[in-house]
Design a protein around this ligand. Structure first.
Ligand code: ATP
Ligand code: MG
Length: 353
C-alpha cells in the first residue's frame, strides 16, 4: 500500500511567484514523496472568487492543512492596508497581504536558515546560521502616528513576555532537532532596557532549561560587524522582529543572493514556507527567476514533516549543483533560464536518492 499523501496547500503568489512555485513543485516531486498539492486562491484570484484579496474562505482553506508553500505577493508602495473580513463580519486591518497571511494564521516565528555554498558564496561558504525572527510584535505592529503637521512621529515597540518566551523556546527546540551547538540572542538591551531587556531576560530564562548548548547574547550592531568578520561566530540566532528582518538580509547578501535565503513561518497548527525575497516584479514573466530560495523553503517543510532523508537529498543536490556553477540564473552570474536550472536540479535530486 502506498504512503498517505503529504498534503500541501499552495499559494502561487504573483510577480515571479507562479514561476518559482512551478519549479519548486517539480524539484520536490523528484524526491518521489507522495504529495497532494492544494492550490488556494489569494490576491487577484481571491478577489475574483470572493471579493477580497484574503477572504475568510481562503483562511479557512489554509487552516485545513499543516503545510503551505507560499510564493511572494507584490507589495506596492502606497498600496494601502489589507483588510480581512472575519466570519462574524468584523474587519482586521494589516500593513500588507503577506502580513495578513502571517497574522491570520497566527504564525509566530520566521525561521531563516542561511548557509553559504562552495562556488557562489566566496569567503562566506562556511556561514551556516538559522535565524529565529519573532514576527508578531516589535515596531512592526503598525502602531505609528504623526504629531502636528509633519513635526514629529511616534511608533510603538511592543514586547511581551509570552511572545519572547515562545520564540526562545522554538529556537532552542530547533537547536535540539537540528543538532546545533550554540544559541545567541541578538538585541539592543543596553539602550532599550524595557523592551529588548525583557526579550533578553526571557531568552535566558528559557536557556536555563537547555544546559547542553553554548548560550550567549550580542548587540545587533556588534552582530552585524561580527557576522561579516567571523562568519562562523553564529549558529542559531533568536531575535526580535526588526533585527531579524535586517540581519537575515545581511546574511543572505554575504552568501551571495537573496535567491539563496529560504524561510518558514511557524505556528502550532499551520506553517508557511516562503523565500525571504519579494515578488521581483521587474523580472516577472522573463523566465529567469532563481527558484532556489523557495525550493530550500520546501526543504525546511520536508524536515518539519519528518522526511529527513529526502530533505538531505535535495539539500545535497543543491550544494553540488552550485559547486558546478552550471545552469545558474542571472542573479548568480549565469545565463540559464529558471526551467533549465530546474531540470538540472531534478536530475541532481534523482541521483542523490
Ligand atoms: P518586498 O517588498 O516584497 O520584499 P523587495 O522590494 O524587497 O520586495 P524583491 O522582490 O525581493 O524586492 O527584489 C529585490 C531585487 O532582487 C529585484 O531586483 C529582484 O529582481 C531581485 N530578486 C528577488 N528575488 C529574486 C529571485 N528569486 N531571482 C532573481 N532575482 C531576484
Ligand atoms: Mg524585501
Amino acid at each position: 500500500m502506498s504512503d498517505p499523501p503529504l498534503i500541501v496547500s499552495v499559494l502561487k503568489g504573483n510577480g515571479i511567484g507562479p514561476e518559482i512555485i512551478k519549479s519548486t513543485i517539480a524539484v520536490l516531486e523528484s524526491t518521489c514523496i507522495n504529495f497532494e498539492w492544494r492550490e488556494v486562491p489569494i490576491a487577484e484570484e481571491s478577489i475574483k472568487l470572493y471579493g477580497h484579496p484574503i477572504a475568510p474562505e481562503v483562511v479557512a482553506q489554509l487552516r485545513q492543512t499543516k503545510h503551505c508553500i507560499k510564493a511572494p505577493l507584490i507589495v506596492k508602495p502606497g498600496q494601502g492596508k489589507t483588510v480581512c473580513v472575519q466570519p462574524d463580519g468584523s474587519q482586521s486591518t494589516y500593513p500588507s497581504l503577506n502580513n495578513a497571511v502571517r497574522r491570520e494564521l497566527g504564525l509566530f516565528v520566521n525561521v531563516r536558515p542561511i548557509r553559504g555554498y562552495t562556488g557562489v558564496s566566496g569567503a562566506y561558504e562556511d556561514l551556516d546560521i538559522a535565524i529565529m525572527r519573532e514576527v508578531t510584535e516589535d515596531v512592526y505592529i503598525g502602531h505609528e502616528h504623526g504629531i502636528g503637521n509633519d513635526l514629529a512621529a511616534e511608533a510603538i515597540k511592543l514586547t511581551t513576555r509570552s511572545a519572547s518566551l515562545r520564540v526562545a523556546k522554538y529556537g532552542f527546540e530547533y537547536a535540539v532537532r537540528m543538532k546545533r551547538e550554540r544559541v545567541t540572542c541578538v538585541h539592543k538591551a543596553n539602550v532599550l532596557g524595557m523592551t529588548d531587556g525583557l526579550f533578553l531576560r526571557c531568552f535566558y530564562e528559557v536557556a536555563a532549561q537547555y544546559p547542553q548548548f553554548k548560550v550567549d547574547d550580542v548587540m545587533i550592531d556588534a552582530a552585524c560587524y561580527l557576522i561579516v568578520k567571523d562568519p562562523k561566530r553564529f549558529d542559531v540566532v533568536v531575535t526580535p522582529n526588526q533585527y531579524g528582518d535586517i540581519f537575515s538580509d545581511l546574511a543572505a547578501g554575504l552568501v551571495g543572493s537573496l535567491g539563496l535565503a529560504p524561510g518558514a513561518n511557524i505556528s502550532d497548527d499551520v506553517c508557511t514556507y516562503e523565500a525571504s525575497h519579494g515578488a521581483a516584479p521587474d523580472i516577472a514573466g522573463l523566465g529567469i527567476a532563481n527558484p532556489l530560495a523557495l525550493i530550500l523553503s520546501g526543504v525546511e517543510m520536508l524536515r518539519n514533516a519528518a522526511y529527513q532523508k529526502q530533505a538531505d537529498a535535495v539539500q545535497r543536490a543543491i550544494a553540488e549543483f552550485l559547486q558546478k556553477k552550471q545552469y545558474l540564473t542571472p542573479d548568480l552570474g549565469g545565463i540559464a533560464k529558471t526551467e533549465e536550472m530546474t531540470a538540472a536540479l531534478v536530475q541532481g535530486v534523482r541521483s542523490q536518492l
